[in-house]
Design a protein around this ligand. Structure first.
Ligand code: EPU
Length: 333
């Protein structure tokens, strides 16, 4: 049953664990309850990509809808999953049941409902490749809607749900995992694996790589990559690579190149740098961490410092990948 709690600390509800609270938290377990809810809430999953930098002046809607349905066709495994299910548990469960495909996306923190919002991705794979349908509550038109994959406007860490932020409450996500599975070993760190590798072996490798670089939010609070990897023009990249021949990069299309923000920040010597209690992680410079009881201002100061230095050295404007909130809602920096 959907429940409402008043004046709740948000510390346990977002993985960066800043010391703020919300007026109320609505725990949504039944999609149909959305119809009758007073509509003044901010939608949250497991809080692994959202950071509260102040006390939040209205309600938080925590999507906790569970559910796991599956069936198979001649060519695919089809799944319909509740938005409140944990993403990594879904990856493990599909592999245990002999349905490969999601292995490169193992250990990404967060809920299934958050996966389409920022089109989670890792090691050469994006969730959009497997999403077939997204079911949601449209707060603007007050009705349930279903989007086909092609209607979700998926792009690198982007989607319709992010572009029209706040409009949709995702309730269920359907995935299609083709039976004609091939490992995706395109990403540097996986390229040592043989083509005969199993999906479970790929997953275990991904887990080992992530554990070696990315801090466990349960131990060192963080929200994963803080900035996006910037996409720059091929012309500018050609100039830049003369000055920085080792700059890791990935071709986006004929005109654009994505460069590694972690490398840019690392190259400036910023690993381990702090502002108050917030720090640049010392193993992965793209990840900011709450090292020592940080407050919102510490994190904003650290993010500004990084942005300014990257701008002045590389003439590249970093954009945030996380969702930052002040007392009223989303902010951009
Ligand atoms: N690099 C450095 N120093 C650093 C960090 C990275 O030199 O401190 C270099 C690495 O050596 C590598 C390149 O930069 O050559 C890219 O680094 P990495 O492979 O660690 O991946 P990333 O581009 O920094 C992205 C995603 C991660 C995802 C990994 C693996 C974004 C914003 N981040 O990070 O996603 O796990 O690739 O696929 O696209 C997340 O979104 O929260 C997240 C963790």
């Amino acid at each position: 049953m959907t429940t409402i709690h008043k004046f709740v600390s948000l510390k346990e509800l977002h993985t960066f664990r800043l010391p703020y609270s919300a007026q109320a938290v609505i725990e949504l377990t039944v999609a149909d309850d959305l119809v009758a809810l007073e509509d003044d809430y901010y939608v949250l999953g497991e809080g692994s990509n959202t950071i509260f930098t102040e006390d939040f002046a209205s309600s938080i809607l925590r999507v906790a809808i569970t559910g796991y349905e599956s069936y198979e066709t001649e060519s695919s495994y089809e799944l319909r999953i509740g938005a409140g299910e944990n993403w990594h548990k879904l990856v493990v469960k599909t592999l245990e049941q002999g349905m490969p495909g999601l292995e490169n996306l193992a250990l990404i923190p967060g809920s299934v409902g958050a996966a389409p919002v920022q089109n989670i991705g890792a090691y050469g794979v994006e969730a959009a490749q497997f999403i077939r349908l997204v079911e949601a509550w449209d707060r603007q038109h007050k009705q349930f809607v279903t989007f086909a994959q092609s209607e979700c406007c998926f792009a690198y860490r982007d989607s319709l749900f992010k572009q029209q932020s706040g409009r949709y409450v995702i309730t269920y996500v359907s995935f299609s995992l083709p039976k004609s599975w091939q490992p995706n070993l395109s990403y540097g760190a996986l390229s040592n694996l043989s083509d005969a590798v199993t999906a479970t072996e790929v997953m275990n490798t991904v887990i080992a790589i992530r554990n070696s670089k990315l801090p466990d939010p349960a131990v060192l609070p963080n929200a994963g990559s803080f900035f996006k990897n910037p996409i720059i023009s091929r012309g500018y990249f050609t100039e830049l690579v003369v000055r920085f021949p080792n700059l890791p990069h990935y071709q986006v299309d004929d005109h654009q190149v994505k460069v590694a923000a972690g490398w840019l920040i690392d190259h400036l010597g910023l690993k381990g740098v702090t502002c108050g209690g917030a720090a640049v992680h010392d193993k992965q410079a793209l990840v900011l961490v709450n090292k020592d009881n940080a407050v919102g201002a510490d994190l904003l100061c650290l993010a500004d410092t990084i942005k300014e230095k990257v701008q002045s050295e590389f003439a590249i404007k970093l954009e945030i990948e996380v969702r930052l909130l002040n007392n009223k809602g989303l902010i951009s920096i």
